[in-house]
Design a protein. Structure first.
Lengths: 298, 408, 446, 276, 235
């Protein structure tokens, strides 16, 4: 039992670190554009596909392939901003949400199509091998790297939001007319944040991908599905706090993983059940979110 | 309770004496008692009569005939063609199935429109609402052996109940929290609830017989169409009555709504219940349409399709939502049948099976960026014209905001 | 009758009155009782137009009724001839090429109709050309049912073939049985809770079902992995309940079973580590995995130990699984009802040439599977004689003859059985080889 | 009997003491004016009366009934109507539609009957539409009945807001800066209108405004707030010329001796500021 | 020399023109007041100058150059700052953050930002008191002060103020007008929209607008003589 809980903790933190990375980007975009970005994980899957193609099919050097994947993720995010978000800037939030969902679905469709010859893919790891196996659960170097990158990114984002540019990002979202009137180019700010989100997405993709097989929609609905847990984590963070998003992702990962305990073996969908109960509990106890101080400034 | 209080207030007012207060009376508060001697005539009595607006557009005789003809063609398309009556087309099984799916999706779209459009709350778990309606209906018919006509109200009631419960929980919070709760609920239903064979009959699904007299696809279409008309009626009356206006005020400015006396919680719950009822009805019809309803289809992707079709149809635009939903139903049902001539396969190598999943979302993006108001925006001029107004290309268009690069 | 009416088994099979499962067009409720069906069939013949009216159930068959074509009395060979014209026979295949666990669309695009083209070049089947239509079922039982309905009723397919995905096969098979369209597929399960047997009327499994392959699996363990500890991991789809129970029991009795449990259908990041942990903790070295291939690979990637994967056919033995899963699944042994491309040329020298002739791509093992099934259909139709009808086709197929086309293991239906497989081929993953799944043994029978 | 009695109300937000022990009454058919520097707590008092804020101390009574803990919509049902400092209307709806919405409590059918399309709902809808039009014509707003509120100039929106509050059929109306965004001419008209409406509808009015001449002209009684406290109260002329008020609010030299003598002059200065 | 020059400006919303050919100039170092009834088009005029609304025809020239289709943010960089109607503070940011953002175009020169901040706090001590409060929770008048302060932060060469006195107590309104007078000395030109006659004593030039056209222009002494009621009714 203790072993199982230990394993759940390890696996929860490892899967959770991908959720956290997604949650960070979701919070970032939400703070910048007031939209829940459904395409976030597809920036990652697309980046992963690109890296895979570069490394495995074109025979590029691994590092170059990863950079290429990240670049594709960023480009996709920028294109989304220019082609969908910008033209829809005056529309309601769910229209924007549907726009990003459309981007995600289109990306998945295209991945499906271009990939249909070989639907099951594997990307080699950055560093092969297992760093440790606490409680019988292998922790790969890849996962250790993912976790470290997550922490670095989260710290970076906290500082970003404290910087003048970070302030401008929030200002642009809260009162875009006024932002223009103080000289902030809403357009540039928006591109900047989407670019960062694309980078985060790409990172999640190229870091999470090698641990599993991947197929179209890998990070959205596939084996590495992190969109919905990422969303939960982001909401738990009140859609604003960066450290909250990280903690939220890890927590969601852990709670979900408790469903894997053998006492729940007979319970169908124990993970979803636990998450649902957990969220209900959270909402009843702390309606304003878990990781938010009321009216926190940053 | 509140109504009673209000009535008593009115009585109190009518009990006042008759002398009007004079404008010049300048009294300090200490003397208020002495001023308790005037009256104000009841507002409604004194208000001037207003003549109804003048100079309204009236179509010419020719205009009326054109409109009537258009109506006739529309009715023929909706009523005669699917039944292969007076129709040069041969409506085969896949066509009629598509038509049925379209009506059912339209009801789902309208259900979601109540939530997203009227209350501004996003539901990411609507597949669960529909699914539970479907299994409730199948259960009533198959396990309890009762009639379809009992199953539909039961499904609607269960839909209403779950929406009310979920709504009550999430009323404590607003905005994305409701989306989150519905999302988690949907996943829970999909992975946990729908895994109970007692409810769903197992992965192979639960049979759901069609009602006597409607076993035939064509007849079943008319049944579904009837329900769609009913839902449209309810939805129309909702928006045209006090509840709809209260919801609009709530959505735009809850403080103002409350200051008008709108009970925020009560009306939000009301909208949830209405939405849940519609979803339950749709679920029931879906079960009897499929005849065996499998739990596997009620996945998050379906919930996403529901949201997408509603928004693409056009929030708060009934006809747009119906058209958008029908369109997405055909994308889903038709699967790969989109690329008839194999045109895309020859040109860009896109196989027919993938047209739905590749072209569909791209089409969606094009529609939504060109028409942020959805399909409803596109058809608004036609609709207005058919309702006897002047044809105005700009009707339904969102207000152009000539502001450069600024989010208003 | 109706415009797109589909011919049901409106009149019984005159040649074999009382043959259970055949000729009881009205019997769509799954009654195994041949007599009742026969009576209904008798009645139906009198009614001609409405086959089902006879026994008053009116269920399913009411739609299937219609132009039975045999309203005017019994004549041998004269039966339901939907899909058969003087010069064509149309058959329909469905399989998932989109959806959660799709097969490569290219494989189906290229593989479907290779044998048809080949046989048509040879003069067809009694002068009739074989036409194959294909529909994607999107890995969705509802869509499977509706594409099958479309193929049967609108496209008037003579028979339907399930290309993969047990839930879709189940859904389509059950539909096919309500309207009496012959339905052929690889063996999957025999029944599922709540819905009963998959094979009540028109269903024919051309290979061993999962459960029938259990003895093969225990034999495999005992012959090649003697002394190993075993684990049984089965997807939690309820159609596999039966398989799981029987496999657990068999492995318990005949091998050293260390772990038995159900696994989620799509094993990804969140469950793979826990499953891998349990396998390694149990000490098993041979693991029966009957769940999705991606799950197989994901679990194998998050394990600290190495094991030999084994399992029943067909999906996990496909080359695409090895291509995606190597090197982790090295040594995996999966049964399959068709050989890989490494052995097909020696078994049936026509396949590769015919494949290349139709397509400008290299033949693959999915093509072999399609080739084999089309070939089987053609063989049976050939044997059914000139006067082809659904009745004569199914009559021939289930008449007790063995059909061996060198691709599929021999198929034989006699008496009541709807599961005509007799053996399986065995494929083994050898990472680095070409193809990476080699055909290790042919025609392994229980 | 007073219509409104605010008794010792205090509220604070973190460190900010927005209201401290405020006591205020408004009698039947009385117009009470509130002035005071920015951030003095005027709007906060309205929020306490209408229920958007819960006072930390003190009670709010309406016609003798303690309503301190009532919900906002319950207070509205009792007959308290209010306008907002930054225009409280449904902006995307038309003016007439807003008036219908405002008659929520006047619309006497069950919402479910409305959804089902019961006959009574059609009848009521017709009635409230007519009543809405009557109100608009009374306030001279008939011409813009079909305009979406968002397209109207600010001053016009302020007027529509008053029409909407009247549509709720209130007994007590709280007006938060009704004259803001209005020119002198319009502010003058507004004053006339308020007096007329009070008479016609039998209203008690509490109003906040920075147009001191407007407030002094229409009020029967006046309060000046400062730092969450009542600085001065009494008849308008008294409050307006109160030295503390002059210093804290009007920014004039508090010269108590000259106070009486300079009354007229002070008036003129302010007349110059807010022509009315 | 005129700093701002509007020529035959036609602006509208949707299909309806609101300004029907407005022309006027504002000279450097001038305080100019734009008066007019509700809906006259005052807001539209200043919004066009700030770039929030695109003119249909006509030209806006600033410091000798045509502004054309420059974005609002680019105009701020070139020295135009607007305190908009309806305040539009950043509700989720603190007072201090709001003001800092007002100096966005000057963020490279921390000295200027610091000086301006001190100046704004000096003009409006209430803002200094509340520097850590979220702007959304300020009272209406406090928000208005913040909006004016924020517009001052970039030390613009042309300051546009749209009804600054709206919601301000007489004292604070007077402070705003005095500020315009004071910054004139630093070379800042001011164009302010007002409905309040109290602003007139501080103005060098007055424009009166009616239904989208200018009906009156007065300079110097004339300005002090304007009787608003007569001006509106009599024109
Ligand atoms: N976004 C808009 N869409 C349509 N019409 C508008 C819009 N904004 C303003 N108008 C119209 O333009 C005209 C001028 O409006 P503007 O706001 O410029 O007037 P204003 O002089 O500033 O009035 P106020 O003193 O009330 O602020 C008004 O008739 C108004 O109805
Ligand atoms: N929710 C809140 N959180 C923190 N402070 C608040 C809140 N609401 C109001 N305040 C503070 O309380 C004080 C009183 O605000 P209020 O809005 O009542 O002022 P007001 O008298 O209406 O001023 P104005 O004339 O500017 O509208 C202000 O200083 C304001 O900053
Ligand atoms: Mg206020
Ligand atoms: Mg204005």
């Amino acid at each position: 039992m203790l072993d199982e809980i230990g394993a759940a903790l390890v696996v929860g933190v490892l899967t959770g670190s991908v959720y956290s990375m997604v949650a960070l980007a979701i919070v970032l975009i939400y703070r910048a554009s007031r939209v829940f970005n459904f395409a976030q994980t597809e920036f990652g899957t697309t980046g992963l596909f690109a890296a895979f193609v570069a490394v495995e099919l074109w025979g590029w050097n691994y590092g170059l392939g990863i950079l290429f994947g990240l670049a594709v993720g960023i480009c996709m995010a920028l294109a989304t901003e220019r082609l969908i978000i910008h033209p829809l800037r005056d529309s309601s939030r769910v229209t924007l949400l549907v726009g990003t969902a459309g981007v995600a679905l289109a990306a998945i469709g295209i991945q499906f199509w271009l990939n249909n010859e070989q639907p099951i893919r594997q990307m080699p790891r950055l560093v092969e091998g297992t760093a440790a196996a606490p409680f019988g659960t292998p922790v790969t170097y890849q996962q250790v790297i993912t976790f470290l990158v997550l922490i670095a990114v989260a710290v970076g984002l906290v500082f970003f939001f404290r910087s003048p540019t970070g302030l401008a990002v929030q200002a642009a979202q809260q009162e875009s007319t006024a932002s223009e009137l103080v000289g902030i180019s809403v357009r540039r700010v928006s591109m900047l944040t989407w670019g960062i989100a694309g980078l985060l997405g790409g990172l999640a993709g190229v870091l999470a991908g090698p641990n599993l097989t991947f197929s179209a929609g890998f990070l959205t609905f596939g084996a590495g599905a992190a969109l919905l847990p990422g969303f939960m984590a982001a909401v738990l963070a009140g859609m604003r706090s960066m450290p909250g998003a990280v903690a939220g992702g890890l927590l969601v990962g852990f709670v979900e993983q408790l469903g894997a305990l053998s006492i729940f073996d007979e319970v169908q969908g124990s993970r979803a059940l636990l998450l649902f109960l957990f969220l209900l509990g959270v909402l009843l106890l702390r309606p304003q979110g878990v990781f938010v101080r009321e009216k926190a400034a940053v | 309770m509140t109504i009673l209080q209000r009535k008593s207030r009115k009585r109190a007012r009518h009990a006042k004496a008759d002398e009007p207060v004079t404008e010049t009376s300048v009294l300090s508060t200490e003397d208020t008692e002495s001023r308790e001697s005037g009256t104000a005539p009841d507002a409604t009595k004194e208000l001037p009569r207003v003549t109804e607006s003048n100079g309204e557009f009236r179509p010419s005789a020719g205009g009326w005939i054109a409109r009537l003809l258009t109506w006739a063609v529309l009715l023929w398309l909706l009523l005669a063609v699917p039944g292969n009556v007076l129709s040069p087309f041969d409506f085969g099984v896949s066509d009629i199935n598509l038509a049925i799916a379209a009506t059912i999706f339209a009801i789902i779209g309208l259900s979601l429109n109540v939530l997203i459009g009227y209350t501004g709350q996003l539901s990411l778990g609507h597949q669960a609402f529909v699914g539970i309606g479907a299994f409730a209906s199948a259960y009533v018919v198959t396990d309890l052996g009762l009639s379809f006509w009992i199953a539909v109200p039961v499904a609607a009631g269960i839909g209403a109940l779950q929406a009310a419960l979920l709504g009550a929980v999430s009323l404590r919070v607003t905005g994305l929290y409701f989306a989150l709760v519905t999302l988690a609920y949907g996943l829970f239903a999909e992975q946990s609830l729908f895994s109970f064979a007692e409810i769903t009959g197992g992965d192979g699904g639960k049979p759901a017989e069609r009602p006597a007299g409607f076993a035939d696809d064509h007849l079943f279409y008319y049944l579904c169409f009837g329900f769609l008309v009913l839902v449209l009626w309810l939805d129309w009356r909702l928006t045209r009555s006090k509840a709809g206006r209260a919801l609009q005020a709530l959505r735009e400015n809850p403080k103002v709504a409350a200051s008008y006396g709108v009970d925020v919680k009560r009306y939000t719950l009301l909208a949830f219940v209405v939405s849940g009822t519609f979803a339950g009805i749709a679920g029931s019809l879906m079960a009897h349409h499929q005849q065996i309803i499998v739990p596997g289809i009620f996945s998050f992707q379906l919930a996403l399709v529901f949201v997408v079709m509603t928004v693409v149809g056009g929030l708060r635009n009934r006809i747009g939502v119906v058209i958008g939903s029908a369109f997405f139903a055909s994308l889903g049902e038709g699967g790969g049948a989109g690329d008839g001539g194999g045109f895309l396969e020859r040109t860009i190598g896109l196989p027919a099976e993938f047209t739905g999943i590749v072209i569909g979302p791209i089409l969606l993006l094009v529609v939504i960026t060109l028409l942020p108001g959805g399909i409803g925006q596109l058809i608004a001029p036609v609709k207005n014209w058919m309702l006897g107004k002047r044809f105005d290309r700009h009707a339904g268009k969102l207000k152009e905001v000539e502001v450069s690069d600024v989010r208003a | 009758g109706q415009k797109a009416g589909v011919t049901g088994f409106a009149g019984g099979q005159p040649g074999q009155p009382g043959e259970p499962g055949v000729g009881n067009g009205a019997d769509s409720m799954g009654s195994p009782d041949g007599t009742g069906g026969g009576v209904a069939g008798e009645d139906a013949r009198g009614n001609g137009q409405d086959a089902a009216a006879g026994n008053g159930t009116g269920n399913g068959a009411a739609e299937a009724g219609g132009n039975g074509g045999n309203g005017d009395g019994p004549a041998v060979g004269d039966g339901d001839t939907t899909g058969v014209t003087d010069d064509t026979i149309t058959i329909g295949i469905h399989a998932p090429v989109t959806g959660a666990a799709a097969f490569p669309q290219e494989s189906f695009r290229d593989g479907v109709g290779v044998y048809a083209e080949y046989i048509n070049e040879q003069g067809g089947i009694h002068g009739r050309e074989l036409e194959v239509i294909f529909r994607d079922d999107g890995f969705d039982p509802n869509q499977a049912r509706s594409v099958c309905r479309e193929m049967a009723e609108q496209e008037e397919a003579f028979l339907l073939i399930g290309g993969g995905g047990s839930d879709q096969i189940d859904a389509c098979a059950r539909y096919a049985e309500t309207v009496g369209v012959p339905y052929l597929s690889a063996g999957v399960h025999e029944e599922r809770p709540g819905l009963g047997s998959i094979a009540t009327d028109a269903f024919y499994a051309l290979s061993l079902t999962y459960a029938q392959q259990i003895p093969l699996l225990t034999d495999l363990v005992n012959s090649e992995h003697a002394g190993s500890q075993t684990a049984v991991l089965v997807a939690d789809n309820d159609s596999l309940n039966n398989f799981y129970d029987e496999a657990e029991q068999a492995f318990e009795q005949e091998t050293d079973l260390a772990l038995a449990q159900r696994v989620p259908r799509n094993t990804g990041a969140r469950d793979a580590p826990e499953i891998g942990r349990r396998i390694c903790a149990s000490g098993a070295d041979v693991v029966l995995w009957n769940a999705s291939p991606t799950g197989l690979i994901n679990v194998s990637k998050s394990m600290t130990c190495t094991v030999t994967w084994i399992g029943p056919g067909n999906t996990n033995g496909l080359d695409i699984v090895a291509t995606g899963g190597c090197p982790q699944i090295e040594g995996a042994q999966y049964f399959s009802s068709f050989p890989g491309t490494d052995r097909i040329d020696e078994l049936d020298p026509n396949y590769s040439d015919a494949y290349r002739q139709k397509n400008n791509s290299e033949p693959d093992d999915i093509g072999v599977a399609l080739w084999g099934i089309e070939k089987l259909v053609a063989d049976v139709a050939e044997a059914a004689g000139e006067a082809l009808s659904r009745e004569s086709f199914t009559g021939t197929l289930s008449g007790g003859d063995t059909f061996d086309n060198d691709v599929y293991p021999p198929v034989q239906f006699d008496g009541d059985t709807r599961f005509g497989g007799t053996a399986m081929h065995l494929r083994e993953a050898r990472c680095g080889a070409d193809p990476e799944f080699v055909t290790q043994r042919l025609n392994v029978s229980p | 009997m007073s219509v409104l009695e605010v008794n010792g109300v205090s509220i604070h937000f973190g460190g900010v003491k927005a209201l401290q022990n405020i006591t205020l009454t408004a009698g039947e058919w009385e117009i009470v004016g509130i002035i005071g520097p920015n951030g003095a707590g005027k709007t906060t008092l309205f929020n306490c009366i209408t229920g958007f804020y819960q006072p930390t101390h003190g009670t709010v009574r309406y016609r003798g009934r303690n309503i301190t803990r009532r919900e906002v919509h319950e207070r509205a049902a009792l007959g308290i109507g209010r306008t907002f400092q930054n225009v409280g209307l449904v902006k995307e709806a038309t003016v007439l539609e807003n008036l219908r919405t405002a008659q929520h409590l006047e619309t006497e059918y069950n919402p479910w009957i409305g959804i089902a399309g019961g006959a009574s709902s059609f009848f009521e809808e017709g009635r409230i539409t007519r009543r809405g039009r009557q109100l608009l014509s009374l306030l001279g707003l008939s011409e813009i009945a079909a305009e979406p509120v968002a397209d109207l100039p600010y001053g016009m929106q302020k007027r529509v807001e008053i029409a909407a509050v009247l549509a709720t059929d209130p007994d007590l109306v709280l007006l938060d800066e009704p004259g803001s965004g209005m020119g002198p001419e319009e502010a003058h008209e507004l004053g006339e209108m308020l007096l007329a409406l009070r008479k016609q509808f039998g209203l008690s009015i509490v109003m906040i405004d920075h147009h001191v001449p407007l407030v002094t002209r229409v009020s029967d009684y006046m309060y000046c707030f400062n730092f969450g406290e009542v600085l001065a109260e009494g008849r308008p002329a008294y409050v307006r010329n109160h030295p503390e008020v002059a210093r804290a609010y009007l920014g004039e030299e508090p010269d108590e001796e000259q106070h009486a003598r300079e009354n007229g002059q002070v008036d003129e200065v302010r007349e110059g500021e807010h022509v009315s | 020399m005129s700093l701002l020059q509007l020529e035959d400006l036609v602006v509208g919303y949707g299909a309806f023109p609101v300004l029907h050919g407005v022309s006027f100039t504002v000279d450097e170092g001038e305080v100019c007041v734009l008066l007019g009834l509700n809906g006259a088009g005052k807001t539209t005029t200043v919004a066009t100058i700030a770039g929030l609304v695109r003119p249909w025809s006509g030209s806006v020239r600033f410091a000798g150059g045509e502004l054309g289709h420059k974005s609002p943010s680019a105009r701020v960089a070139s020295g135009i700052s607007l305190c908009p109607e309806g305040r539009r503070v950043f509700p989720g940011l603190t007072v201090q953050q709001n003001l800092k953002l007002g100096g966005w175009t000057r963020r490279k020169h921390s000295g200027i930002v610091r000086d301006q901040l001190a100046l704004v706090f000096d003009y409006f001590p209430r803002l200094a008191e509340r520097s850590g409060q979220l702007a959304g929770t300020l009272s209406g008048g406090e928000q208005q002060m913040l909006a004016v302060g924020r517009a001052l932060m970039s030390r613009p060469s042309l300051l546009l103020i749209d009804e600054a006195s709206l919601g301000l107590s007489p004292t604070v309104a007077r402070v705003v007008w005095e500020v315009t007078h004071r910054i004139k000395a630093d070379g800042t030109t001011v164009l302010m929209v007002e409905q309040n006659a109290g602003a007139l004593p501080y103005a060098d030039k007055a424009l009166i607008m009616e239904k989208g056209t200018l009906t009156y222009t007065g300079v110097g002494e004339q300005v002090q003589q304007i009787d608003l009621r007569e001006a509106y009714l009599g024109a």
